[in-house]
Design a protein around this ligand. Structure first.
Ligand code: ATP
Ligand code: MG
Length: 441
């Protein structure tokens, strides 16, 4: 009998591959280039207006969102990812939005103690919604907050910031601005009776959620996306007609500042937003290029949230951009982004010693070009010239730099333009930078 073969690998049953959680997406490198272009533009514009980065945890105590967003909202009633901390049983939630966390941090660290603060954060948010185009369970926002400002100047400034971002990105013609004022808390309380009376008169049109909210949060009904209720909602008494002089003056000033800045808008008396913390100014930027999920950014003022979260009363205004929807819009508008390197270095030779020399030259010229700030990819993992040239092309590089047998022997490099017509030409390896005429770009 033969001795057992100890070199053979033990056979393992093939496992079925795991998939990402439904509604939570991978962003693959081809797509990520556009994400980065968007994020770079956003960061640049935010810096232009004096906004500084602030980073808060993705997990917060559940109570923060219940108190901040409001108990009778879609987000808190059915969309939160909530779990118990295994150690102490504390109820924790994956953040469905960032404002509550930022205000929590501002209170905790006394951020607005001696001066107001303009801050922004970016990252994933989590809501258990029905996944569809433009609506996911993990999605991303850029979240921008002006803390400690009573406006209306910052309200208008934030809208102008967004208008500038749309211009920078080349999508200014694809988005429209809707604004409204939902007054202050007492305005809404005063309006409530009229609203409830109206909805009661149309109770047969109300869906189950709305019927339940009639008693606890009638304003929420105005934010319903149920198509069967839209015309009834259209006829509801308008909050903007009921708000008091102070809120009204604030709103008039926001509008005047927008007019001054040449920013077009539509006053939309039905605009209320989905979270309870807003007051006075609310706004949304919408597009009709993405179907039902048309709101790409939304926000407003929230002067009660500090107090609601146990802090000292303070003023604030903020907004969030939905990054996935922005990416869809940018792609739809034909905006491209590439993260292609300047050059891809191809190297090979039949003779192993010459091939080693070719590889050495390849690495040297790549490092030189990187010293000058350029992105250069050196072929790795071997492959013949033909397959290396294919990879060079697929990398999107402007040039292939070729170090073959002849070049290796003479210390030269052949430059081949990949994106424009032009003949291949050889230069001494040390002159590649200059030859590409980019050495001191
Ligand atoms: P919608 O009315 O579309 O449900 P919302 O009022 O719930 O949006 P906000 O909480 O104001 O949205 O969030 C700001 C932005 O974040 C939205 O305008 C949208 O662009 C984006 N957003 C919200 N929820 C999602 C989601 N589930 N998937 C992708 N993007 C989202
Ligand atoms: Mg929503």
């Amino acid at each position: 009998m033969n001795p057992p073969d100890t070199t053979a690998a033990p056979t393992r049953p093939r496992l079925s591959p795991l998939k990402a959680v439904r509604g939570m997406n991978d962003v693959l490198p081809d797509e990520a280039a556009l994400w980065q272009r968007f994020e770079d533009a956003a960061r640049r514009v935010l810096a232009m207006y004096g906004y500084r980065n602030l980073r808060v945890p993705i997990v917060e105590p559940t109570a923060l969102f219940v108190r901040g967003i409001g108990e009778h909202t879609d987000v808190v009633e059915k969309e939160m990812y909530t779990f118990e901390d295994r150690l102490n049983g504390e109820s924790l939630t994956l953040r469905p939005e960032a404002t509550a966390g930022i205000v929590r941090a501002a209170i905790e660290h006394n951020l607005t103690y001696d001066r107001p603060q303009r801050v922004w954060t970016a990252g994933p948010m989590f809501r258990h919604e029905r996944p569809q185009k433009g609506r996911y369970r993990q999605f991303h926002q850029i979240d921008v907050e002006a803390l400690g400002f009573d406006g209306p100047d910052v309200d208008a400034e934030q809208i102008a910031l967004l208008a500038r971002l749309w211009r920078e990105l080349g999508v200014a013609d694809s988005v429209r601005l809707h604004v409204n004022s939902i007054g202050d808390r007492h305005d809404r309380l005063a309006h409530r009776a009229a609203l409830v009376a109206y909805f009661r008169a149309h109770e047969s049109t109300l869906d189950e959620d709305s019927r339940r909210r009639l008693a606890v949060n009638p304003l929420r009904i105005l934010d319903s996306k149920n198509p069967a209720m839209q015309s009834m909602i259209e006829g509801a008494p308008r909050l903007v007609d009921a708000i008091r002089d102070e809120s009204l003056a604030h709103f008039e000033e926001v509008k005047r500042l927008l007019d001054d800045a040449g920013i077009g808008y539509r006053v939309d008396p039905r605009l209320v937003r989905g979270l309870d913390y807003y007051n006075r100014t609310v706004f949304e930027w919408v597009t009709d290029r993405l179907g039902a999920q048309g709101t790409v950014a939304g926000g407003g003022r929230y002067d009660d949230l500090f107090e609601q979260l146990g802090g000292k009363r303070d003023f604030a205004c903020g907004f969030a951009i939905g990054v996935e929807r922005m990416i869809l819009l940018l792609a739809d508008a034909g905006v491209h982004a590439a993260d292609a390197p300047l050059a891809y270095v191809v190297h090979d030779a039949k003779d192993p010693a010459v091939a080693r020399e070719a590889a050495r030259i390849a690495t040297r010229i790549a490092e030189r070009l990187r010293d000058a700030g350029h992105a250069v990819v050196v072929n790795a993992g071997g492959g013949g010239f033909k397959s290396q040239m294919k990879r060079a092309d697929a990398s999107g590089a402007r040039y292939a730099l070729i170090v073959g047998e002849e070049e290796a022997k003479s210390g030269a490099v052949a430059i081949k333009p990949l994106r424009e017509p032009g003949a291949q030409r050889a230069v001494p390896a040390d002159d590649v930078g200059e030859a590409l005429n980019v050495a001191d770009r």
